[in-house]
Write a protein that binds this ligand. Structure first.
Ligand code: FES
Ligand code: FES
Length: 164
């Protein structure tokens, strides 16, 4: 079996994987990062979204071997080492943007990428359109959109501070 190396949530990682092993299987089964969920396995629901080299991808339809050498961020990698929540996590909490929480890791990973790639602003319509690849069975969409809207200024303020 080929051995791949990658960086996951800032930590170097290495694993032997079969050619058919999916990235979500590597994350959940070999690395124990079970915050990334599997809702459909067919690229429909978005529960499995992680960031690969800064872009959100559905890890249920991505082979682990394709991630060789990549930098991956999962939901476990969002909060600071002292436990401070990422602004997106904080806004999901504040705006009650989750019910059962099953879709939430994928929702947040997609939303973070969306906010990061729109430094000039985001309309409600853009958020709704961009998040259509993430399904919530508890139908919490309204508050999810509110949380993303509220996270935008916080994330860009953080980015501006970091650039100084
Ligand atoms: Fe990947 Fe549903 S589990 S999109
Ligand atoms: Fe339950 Fe979205 S909060 S599926």
């Amino acid at each position: 079996m080929p051995r791949i190396t990658l960086t996951v949530n800032g930590q170097p990682s290495s694993a032997e994987v079969e050619g058919r092993t999916l990235l979500v299987e590597l994350l959940r089964d070999k690395l124990g990062l079970t915050g990334t969920h599997v809702g459909c396995d067919t690229s429909q629901c978005g529960c499995c979204v992680v960031q690969l080299d800064g872009k959100s991808i559905k890890s249920c339809t991505f082979l682990a071997v394709q991630a060789d050498g990549a930098t991956i961020t999962t939901i476990e990698g969002l909060s600071a080492p002292d436990g401070t929540l990422h602004p997106m996590q904080e806004m999901f909490r504040k705006h009650h943007a989750l019910q059962c929480g099953f879709c939430t890791p994928g929702m947040m990973m997609s939303a973070i990428n969306l906010v990061e790639t729109h430094p000039d602003g985001l309309t409600t319509k853009q958020i709704r359109h961009a998040m259509e690849g993430n399904l919530c069975r508890c139908t919490g969409y309204h508050n999810i959109v509110r949380a993303v809207e509220a996270a935008w200024p916080l994330m860009h303020a953080d980015a501006a501070r970091a650039a100084k």
